[in-house]
Design a protein around this ligand. Structure first.
Ligand code: PHE
Length: 450
C-alpha cells in the first residue's frame, strides 16, 4: 500500500475538521430548526447537547482515527479484530455515502440561487415559493447543478489530503468567517432587526418536548459531523502531536458560533419584512430570504444585491467543505481496501453517489408519488441517516471507547502518550460510558414509541 498522507499543520487539521462541521447544517438547517422549534429554548438545549454529548463523541472519534491511521472501517477492525464492532465502521461509511447523495442536491440548489442572485433575477418581485417549488421539481436542472457541485467536490478530494482538502480549507474557512461577519452587520442594520433578536434570545420553555430534544440532538450530531466516519477519517491524518481534546473543543466552538451567527443573519432579516414566516421549514433560505433580499433591493438596491450574492456564496462554500469530508470518508475506504489510486477511488465514489443523488432529486418532481412510510426518497434518506443511524452510531461509538477499548490506550491517545494534561479525563469517561448512551437511548426510544 502507498504511504498514507497527513495534514501538514495543526491549523490545517483544525480548519479541515471545522470545514467538515460548518456546512448546510449551520446556515440552512440550524435556523430552520430554531424557527420550527420555538427559538431560544431550542438553542439552549442545543448548546447543552453540543457540550455534554457532541464534544465527548468527537473526542472519541478523533482518538479512534488517530490511533489507527486508517479509514473508518479498517480502524474498527484493527482495534477489535474479528468482531461485530466492525459494523460501526461500516455504518459510518455507509451513512456518509447516503448523506453525500442528498447533500449534493441541496448544495446544487444553493449554486443555482447563487447564479440567480449574481445575474440579478432575485431582485425582481415574484412568487418565490412557486419559483422554488418549480425549480426543485424540475426533472433535470437540479441534477445539472448537483453534478457541477459534485464535480467541484471531486476536484478537491482527488487532489489529496494536503494539496486538496487542507489547502482548500485553509483558504475557504477564513473567507467564510469574514463573509459571516459582514452579513451579521448588514442584518443587524435592517429595520425591525430587534424582533428577530428577541426571537433568538428569549426562551419559551413551553415549547420544549421530547421531539424538540431529539431535534436538538440530531442537529448537534449533524452539524458537528459526528458518527459518519468523517472526523474519524480526518483524524487518521492528524500528526502525533495534534491535541485531540483541544481540537475537538475548537471545532465545536467554531461550529456553534457559525450556527448562532447564521441565526443572527437570518432572523433579524426575516423579521424586518412584515408577513414573512419564521417557521417556513426548509424553504427558509430559498423562499423567505429571497423575499427579504428583494425587499432590500427595493430600498437600497446595491445592498440587497450584495447581501444575496454573499449569502449564497457563504452557503456554497460551507457546503463544499462539508461535502469534501463526506466524500473523503468513503474515498479513503475505497482507496485503501481496493488498493487503487486516489483518482480512481474518488471517481468511483463521485459517480456512484451522483446516481443516488439523481433519485433524491427526482423525488421532488417526477418521482414524488413514490413513498416509503409516507416519506419520499429524499426524506427517507435524511430520516434514516440523520435521525436514526447517526444517533445509534453515536451510542455505539461511546460504548466502544467507554467499555471495549483499553482505558490506558484511550488515556495515552487523548494525552499524546501522557505528555498533555487532561484533567477532565474521568468526567469524559463517565460521559461516554453512561450519560451519552443513556440520554440518546431514552430520547430515541421515547420518540419511536410516539
Ligand atoms: N456537518 C455538516 C453540516 O453542518 C454536515 C455533515 C454531516 C458533514 C456529517 C459531514 C458529515 O452541514
Amino acid at each position: 500500500m502507498t504511504t498514507r498522507s497527513n495534514f501538514g499543520s495543526k491549523l490545517g487539521a483544525v480548519l479541515a475538521a471545522a470545514g467538515s462541521a460548518v456546512g448546510l447544517g449551520n446556515v440552512w438547517r440550524f435556523p430552520t430548526e430554531v424557527g420550527n422549534n420555538g427559538g431560544a429554548a431550542f438553542i439552549l438545549i442545543y448548546l447543552i447537547c453540543v457540550l455534554l454529548i457532541g464534544v465527548p463523541v468527537m473526542i472519541s472519534e478523533f482518538l479512534i482515527g488517530r490511533h489507527t491511521h486508517a479509514n473508518t472501517i479498517t480502524a474498527y477492525e484493527r482495534l477489535a479484530p474479528k468482531s461485530w464492532w466492525r459494523i460501526e465502521g461500516v455504518a459510518g461509511v455507509f451513512v456518509a455515502f447516503l448523506i453525500l447523495s442528498y447533500y449534493v442536491i441541496i448544495s446544487g440548489w444553493t449554486l443555482y440561487y447563487l447564479v440567480q442572485s449574481c445575474i440579478g433575477t432575485l431582485s425582481v418581485a415574484q412568487d418565490f415559493k412557486a419559483g422554488f417549488s418549480a425549480f426543485i421539481a424540475h426533472p433535470w436542472w437540479p441534477v445539472v447543478y448537483g453534478c457541477i457541485f459534485m464535480g467541484l467536490t471531486h476536484l478537491v478530494v482527488a487532489r489529496g489530503v494536503q494539496s486538496g482538502i487542507e489547502r482548500f480549507s485553509k483558504v475557504m474557512m477564513p473567507l467564510l468567517l469574514v463573509i459571516i461577519v459582514v452579513l451579521v452587520v448588514c442584518s443587524f442594520n435592517m429595520p425591525g432587526a430587534h424582533d428577530g433578536l428577541r426571537f433568538l434570545l428569549k426562551p419559551d420553555f413551553s415549547k420544549v418536548t421530547t421531539r424538540v430534544m431529539l431535534s436538538a440532538m440530531g442537529q448537534a450530531f449533524f452539524s458537528l459531523s459526528l458518527a459518519m466516519g468523517c472526523l474519524c477519517t480526518y483524524a487518521s491524518y492528524f500528526s502525533s502531536d495534534t491535541r485531540l481534546v483541544r481540537t475537538a473543543v475548537n471545532v465545536s466552538l467554531i461550529d456553534t458560533l457559525v450556527a448562532i451567527m447564521s441565526g443572527f443573519i437570518i432572523f433579524p432579516a426575516v423579521f424586518s419584512v412584515a408577513g414573512v414566516q419564521v417557521d417556513e421549514g426548509p424553504g427558509l433560505v430559498f423562499i423567505t430570504l429571497p423575499h427579504v433580499f428583494q425587499m432590500a433591493f427595493h430600498s437600497v438596491p446595491f445592498l440587497g444585491y450584495a447581501f444575496s450574492v454573499l449569502f449564497y456564496l457563504l452557503l456554497l462554500l460551507a457546503a463544499l467543505t462539508s461535502a469534501m469530508s463526506l466524500h473523503e470518508s468513503v474515498t479513503a475506504y475505497v482507496l485503501e481496501v481496493a488498493n487503487i489510486s486516489r483518482r480512481r477511488a474518488s471517481i468511483i465514489v463521485s459517480v456512484a453517489c451522483m446516481l443516488l443523488g439523481v433519485a433524491c432529486s427526482l423525488s421532488f418532481g417526477p418521482w414524488s408519488g413514490f413513498k416509503v412510510f409516507g416519506m419520499n426518497i429524499f426524506e427517507l434518506f435524511d430520516f434514516a441517516a440523520s435521525k436514526v443511524i447517526m444517533l445509534l452510531s453515536g451510542i455505539v461509538i461511546c460504548l466502544f471507547v467507554g467499555w471495549k477499548l483499553d482505558r490506558q490506550l484511550v488515556y495515552d491517545e487523548v494525552t499524546n502518550g501522557g505528555t498533555l494534561r487532561f484533567r477532565l479525563f474521568r468526567l469524559y469517561i463517565f460521559l461516554i460510558r453512561y450519560v451519552v448512551p443513556i440520554v440518546i437511548g431514552v430520547i430515541f426510544v421515547n420518540e419511536l414509541r410516539q
